[in-house]
Ligand binder design. Structure first.
Ligand code: FAD
Length: 461
């Protein structure tokens, strides 16, 4: 139920950005009610549907989000698709301020022929599949091939590579969906190549994820030492986080392994490798014309140095045989309501300090504000910044808080009329309990419900 607070703010999207924005608002303003509208019945966005199942410690933020949701002046409305079930204009009518934090749910495409062949998947869908995102539950990716190619070298690419090669006994103990666990147990994939258009000094992943690859049981690295020419010399001038990452790559790719490591590598049944200075030109079909059988890559050279360097094709072309291609070249925000300004080139809502340009009382935070970059801590900071802007505007008189706004009391009847039944946070807790119960039966922390209808049914029992 809504509190007696006079200032009404709502947040669109129940991911990290939504929860961190709400948290800061509730703390900074004693007279604000914050409502969170989330499209799915279940909260937490990419913490549930993105973060890898074997990174449970990352999901600890859920307990902070749960505290926020249970705050006396906060209310969660799941199963409300803003832009479809209720418009942003209607929210702006009902609230003093509206913060859009609905993330980045689109895919960047490669724009090369063959991208739609069977066996080519955006990382977003592949990740959604193993993490139980309802819209990806039927993906059933073909894993009956030996070599998988991942395009992109960020942390998402490394997550996917690790999940493809991880020992099933390790994955079994996580909240990975049983369906994908069964499929991975049958997987024939033995070799994963992680391809980037620039060089080792431009890799986007971080050391934790790379180290996990290096230490992944029953796998060996398959690198090309010549791709690291000149990299050791560059170590002296690069900043520290990248320096450590580069040292680890060099050690893995170039240094002769110590005896124990040599034996480990020799016994390994699976391999992974980074491939640099390659851009996709075409995904190639096999004899049936339908399924991927390889990928044609342009060989690049770098112009310039460091982060700002650009990949330029040398004219040389190379083909890799593979039966699975996963494109991990970035997520992308989408417009959800024509009334909201949107920059299609940057794929963000144009804003300054979270204030949407030319739209008083409208704000944005998280990946929608910055683009799909950074970890949860980055999202937290930029969401606090946006909340700070909202608080400033609420207190400076910039927003007219003297006129009363109905908040959820204004939105409830609209949703009701449209046949939309919101899921409350305590409804979610029923789903949570059921998922934990099903997981416990299998020695897993949870077994996620994959179907929205089933979530709704469970919420209402
Ligand atoms: P999201 O998390 O996407 O949340 C957006 C929410 O809005 C979702 O719940 C969505 O359902 C909802 N929504 C969408 N459209 C609507 C609508 N029309 N109406 C209402 N609601 C809507 N960070 C780490 O720190 N550690 C990690 O290990 C890590 N792993 C990651 C793995 C992957 C595969 C990905 C993609 C990201 C990972 N991140 C990780 C980054 C982290 O997930 C992001 O920084 C963070 O989730 C961004 O938060 P957000 O709220 O902006 O977006």
């Amino acid at each position: 139920a809504s509190s007696a607070a006079h200032q009404k703010v709502c947040v669109v999207g129940g991911g990290p950005a939504g929860f961190y924005t709400a948290q800061h608002l509730l703390k900074a303003c004693q007279d604000v009610q914050v409502d969170i509208y989330e499209r799915l019945p279940v909260p937490f966005g990419l913490v549930r549907f993105g973060v890898a199942p074997d990174h449970p410690e990352v999901k600890n933020v859920i307990s902070t989000f749960t505290q926020t949701a249970r705050h006396a002046r906060c209310c969660y409305y799941g199963n409300v698709n803003v832009g479809t079930d209720v418009s942003v204009e209607e929210l702006r009518e009902a609230y003093h301020a509206v913060v859009l934090s609905y993330g980045a749910e689109g895919n960047r495409s490669m724009g090369v022929p063959g991208e739609d062949l069977e066996g080519v998947y955006p990382a977003k869908d592949f990740v959604g599949w193993y993490n139980g995102l309802p819209s990806n539950r039927e993906l059933n990716p073909g894993l009956d091939c030996e070599t998988a190619v991942i395009l992109g070298q960020g942390n998402v690419a490394l997550d996917v590579a690790r999940i493809l090669l991880a020992p099933i006994d390790e994955l079994k103990k996580t909240d990975i969906t049983q369906r994908s666990l069964d499929a991975l147990a049958q997987s024939q994939v033995r070799r994963v190549l992680i391809v980037g258009r620039r060089g080792p000094l431009q890799i986007a992943g971080t050391i934790k994820e790379l180290r996990e690859m290096v230490n992944l049981p029953d796998t060996k690295p398959e690198m090309i030492a010549s791709e690291f020419e000149g990299v050791a010399e560059a170590l002296k001038v690069i900043p520290r986080p990248r320096k450590r990452l580069t040292e680890l790559m060099l050690k893995t790719a170039v240094d002769p392994p110590a005896e124990k490591e040599r034996q480990r590598r020799q016994a390994a049944a699976r391999s992974w490798g980074l491939r640099f200075l390659r851009s996709p030109l075409e995904v190639l079909a096999g004899p049936d014309g339908a399924r991927v059988a390889g990928i044609r890559l342009a060989v690049n050279r770098l112009e310039g140095t460091g982060d700002g360097s650009v990949a330029v094709p040398t004219g040389e072309v190379e083909t890799l045989d593979c039966g699975l291609v996963i494109t991990s070249i970035g997520y992308k925000s989408l417009p959800i309501d024509p009334a909201v300004p949107f920059d299609p080139r940057k794929a963000i809502v144009p804003n300054s300090l979270g204030r949407v340009q030319q739209a008083a009382g409208l704000y944005c935070s998280g990946w929608l504000k910055t683009g799909p970059i950074g970890v949860i801590a980055t999202t937290m900071n930029n969401s606090f910044d946006t909340a700070h802007s909202v608080v400033e505007d609420l207190t400076s008189g910039c927003l007219d808080v003297t006129s009363a706004k109905p908040g959820s009391t204004g939105i409830g009847p609209l949703l009701d009329k449209r046949g939309v039944k919101p899921v409350s946070f305590s409804d979610w807790e029923k789903i949570n309990q059921e998922e934990r119960r099903r997981g416990a039966a299998q020695g897993k922390p949870r077994e996620k419900l994959l179907d929205v209808e089933e979530m709704l049914k469970t919420a209402r029992t």
